[in-house]
Design a protein around this ligand. Structure first.
Ligand SMILES: [Fe+2]
Ligand SMILES: [Fe+2]
Length: 261
C-alpha cells in the first residue's frame, strides 16, 4: 500500500508563512508522499514561492508537484521551479519520476494540463490562429502526459498529477460556462491510454472531489477549497499483475480499492 497526501491550490502569497507547516512535521507517520497539484502561489512571484518553500522544509517525506495557471502568471516559471528544486522538491512538467516505497515502485507523471472543454462542449483546432493555438497547447500537454505515463516502465502503480481536470465530473458545482477553462477531455484520453491508476488534480475550487475518466480511472480533485483540509490522505493499493495492452483501450478492473481516510 502507498499512502499519498495530496492537495492543490494552496495559493501562497507573501503573508502565508506557517499556513501549512504545522501540518507537515509528522506527516511521515501517515503518508509516504506529498503531492501538490498546482496553484502553489497567487501570482507566481518568487517571493511567494520562497514563503511556501520555507514551510515545505518541515515536510519529512518526498514532495512532488506540478505548477498551475496562477504560478505561470508572472512569467517566472524557471525561477520559481528552481526555488522548489533547491529544497529537494520535484517539479514535474510533462515528465515523470519513479520512486520506491518499501517494496512498491510508484511512478508519477505530471503536467499542468490546460483547458479546452469536454466532449460535446469543447474547442476545436479550427478557425482563428488564437483558437488553434489554445487547443494545440491543450493537446500538447495531454500528449506529453501520455508519453510520460507510458515511459513509467516496471512500476507497480501509476499516478497522474495535474492541475487542470481530465473530467467534467469533478467540476460539478462550477458554472458550466467556464468548464472549457477548467479542463479538457484530451487529458482523460492521455490518462486512460497511459494506463494511470489514479489522477489527482486541482484548479476547480468549486468542484467536487470524486470522479472518473471514461476509461474508469479514479479522479480526485484535491483543490484545497474542495477538500477543506491541509491535505487528504489516500491509501493506494497496487493491483495484481496483469497484461497491459497499450495498443488497446484500457479495460479496467475495479481493483483500486482506494480509500480516503
Ligand atoms: Fe486555484
Ligand atoms: Fe488554477
Amino acid at each position: 500500500m502507498i499512502r499519498v497526501a495530496a492537495v492543490g491550490d494552496l495559493h501562497y502569497d507573501r503573508k502565508s508563512e506557517n499556513r501549512i507547516a504545522p501540518f507537515l512535521s509528522d506527516l511521515s507517520t501517515t503518508a509516504d508522499l506529498l503531492l501538490l497539484a498546482g496553484d502553489l502561489t497567487q501570482i507566481g512571484h518568487p517571493e511567494e514561492m520562497k514563503v511556501l518553500a520555507q514551510d515545505l522544509k518541515q515536510c519529512p517525506i518526498p514532495i512532488i508537484c506540478v505548477l498551475g495557471n496562477h504560478d505561470y502568471h508572472s512569467d517566472k516559471v524557471a525561477e520559481i521551479s528552481e526555488i522548489l528544486e533547491n529544497e529537494g522538491i520535484i517539479v514535474l512538467e510533462q515528465n515523470g519520476i519513479t520512486l520506491t516505497i518499501g517494496n512498491i515502485k510508484v511512478g508519477i507523471a505530471g503536467a499542468k494540463g490546460f483547458g479546452g472543454g469536454f466532449v460535446g462542449a469543447c474547442g476545436s483546432d479550427f478557425g482563428e490562429q488564437e483558437m488553434k493555438e489554445f487547443m494545440r497547447h491543450s493537446r500538447l500537454e495531454a500528449r506529453n502526459l501520455e508519453t510520460a505515463l507510458k515511459e513509467l516502465h516496471d512500476v507497480d502503480y501509476k499516478i497522474a498529477l495535474l492541475h487542470y481536470s481530465p473530467t467534467a465530473q469533478t467540476l460539478s458545482g462550477e458554472r458550466k460556462e467556464i468548464y472549457p477553462f477548467l479542463g479538457c477531455y484530451y487529458l482523460a484520453e492521455a490518462v486512460d491510454y497511459g494506463m494511470a491508476d489514479i489522477v489527482f488534480h486541482g484548479h476547480a475550487h468549486n468542484g467536487i472531489e470524486k470522479g472518473k475518466t471514461p476509461g474508469g480511472t479514479p479522479v480526485r480533485n484535491v483543490a484545497q477549497p474542495v477538500i477543506r483540509n491541509p491535505y487528504n490522505i489516500y491509501h493506494l493499493h497496487p493491483k495484481e499483475p496483469q497484461a497491459k495492452l497499450e495498443s488497446e483501450f484500457p479495460q479496467r478492473v475495479k481493483q483500486h480499492d482506494e480509500k480516503l481516510i
